[in-house]
Design a protein around this ligand. Structure first.
Ligand code: GAP
Length: 446
């Protein structure tokens, strides 16, 4: 983990947030390469969940959330962690995460600490203007259920997907970007006919397991865990967590829950007219019936299967998997990020052999511009004048392809391609570089 954190800072993937003022614990900023990697992961998810299917719509909702949403979802009452204080040093932490220095010391009795961030909307600061930063993106999907049905005429089964920020005032954020207070989620709420839920739950567990492996995490590094007992959320009939061996241990990367009709049932008006299976509190505030009519014109409240993944945990997992140190001849080492091509922050670096040679540099820019036009991802000109150093840098940040422009490029119209993983080099005519580039990035496993 330490080596990965150092690389992330040095190369511009991830920085401690608010660092020049001492930082705020549990917050991180994504740097020039981090933002590309994160966007590439989110785009891969969006493509697989929305574009490559015919039964999912997208959504982008507000972060500030009406207190009633979180009252009926159960978050106001139950979204808590047990907090204890060490009577010896005064440190506060989660009851199940006692720091080493406090083991054996006398602790206070645990009290429930709500993880939601509260704020006020508008110039009057009192209970009437209270709002929350959403603790999950899911609730805003549920409360937009009727809007989406009305505007798309969808029938069951279908899903609504959203990627966005969520906020939790974690008592002890830790392990780099694994547990943070501001993070992003990629959530799908997939609505199905009650009775079909178990079959769809299994399908989504398989789909998501396979998707993570296409992001560069081999299936054997992922474990499926059936969540049981107290760990099962109050809304869930059954949950399978996809667990990954992070540098600090085997932990949850994504959860796939069968949320039954709890959420739509909780937020619906006229609950008594609907046969809701889940135990929900009486809703006196909603103005909308969150149900759908079946072919016999009967109102049913769909069940929901929810694959919910953390973007930041995904970034950490793919970085950890890609991080490789190779032994080379003569006691030398090579650090590289073997990222899947579609995730690499920079797709290709065009490197002129000499930084001060106008013709080489101009040709490098022409080639960069011609490849950038395909919008496959970021292409850069790397004009350091030191080929060896440039290769090392691009290995370390996961650039799959380096393109070197030398004097033969000017005289014989050729260039040299170098592959990150094999370090193999080949010379091709400049006229063929566009076709090569498109093929190289099109046949990826995304
Ligand atoms: N809507 C369901 C839900 O939010 P969750 O298990 O609490 O379920 C889903 O969160 C995913 O969000 C987790 O699997 C994890 O990847 C990510 N996540 C949750 N809390 C996080 C935190 N404090 N920091 C980073 N990621 C987090």
């Amino acid at each position: 983990m330490e080596e990965l954190v150092a690389l992330c800072k040095r190369r511009g993937f991830i920085y401690q947030s608010n660092e020049i003022y001492g930082g705020i614990q549990g917050l991180y900023d994504y740097g020039p390469l981090g933002v590309e990697l994160k966007n590439n992961l989110k785009n891969a998810w969006w493509k697989s969940i929305v574009y490559n299917r015919d039964d999912v719509e997208g959504l982008d909702t507000s972060i500030l959330t009406h207190p009633d949403v979180l009252k009926y979802s159960g978050h106001q009452d139950t979204f808590t962690d047990p907090l204890v204080d060490c009577k010896s040093c005064g440190l506060r932490f989660r009851e199940d995460q006692i720091p080493e220095q406090c083991i054996g010391e006398e602790l206070t009795d645990p009290r429930e600490f709500n993880l939601m961030f509260e704020t006020n909307v508008g110039p009057i600061i009192d209970d009437t203007s209270k709002a929350y930063l959403r603790p999950e993106t899911a609730q805003q999907i549920f409360i937009n259920f009727k809007n989406v049905i009305d505007s798309t005429s969808r029938t069951l089964p279908f899903g609504i997907a959203q990627i966005g920020k969520s906020f939790r005032n974690e008592i002890t954020p830790r392990n780099f970007i694994f547990r943070v207070r501001e993070f992003e989620q990629m959530e799908l709420e997939f609505f199905v006919t009650p009775g079909d839920d178990e079959q769809w739950h299994k399908k989504w567990v398989d789909e998501r397991h396979t998707w993570w492996s296409s992001q560069g995490i081999p299936k054997e590094k992922l474990k499926l865990l059936n969540v049981t007992g107290d760990d099962l959320a109050h809304y869930s009939k059954s949950t399978v967590d996809i667990m990954y061996q992070f540098p600090h241990g085997l932990e949850e990367l994504e959860g796939i829950a069968n949320r039954t009709d709890f959420d739509l049932g909780s937020h619906s008006k006229n609950q008594k007219e609907l046969s809701i299976d889940a135990k929900v509190i009486e809703n006196k505030d909603s103005n909308t019936r969150l149900a759908i009519q079946n072919e016999n014109n009967e109102w049913i409240v769909p069940y929901v299967i929810e694959p919910s993944a953390g973007v930041d945990r995904g970034v950490l997992a793919v970085l950890n998997e890609a991080y490789t140190v190779e032994e080379l001849d003569g006691d030398k080492k090579r650090t590289l990020l073997k990222l899947k091509k579609h995730l690499s922050p920079i797709k290709a670096a065009v490197i002129p052999l000499k930084r001060n040679n106008k013709d080489l540099v101009a040709l490098a820019h022409t080639i960069k511009n011609s490849l950038q036009k395909f919008q496959i991802g970021r292409v850069v000109v790397e004009n350091t004048g030191n080929i060896g150093k440039s290769y090392r840098k691009h290995d370390e940040i996961g650039t799959p392809l380096c393109i070197t422009i030398d004097f033969d490029s000017l005289e014989k119209n050729t260039l040299t391609l170098r592959d990150r993983d094999t370090m193999e080099q080949k010379i091709i005519p400049i006229d063929n570089v566009k076709e090569f580039f498109i093929n190289y990035f099109t046949y990826d496993s995304e």
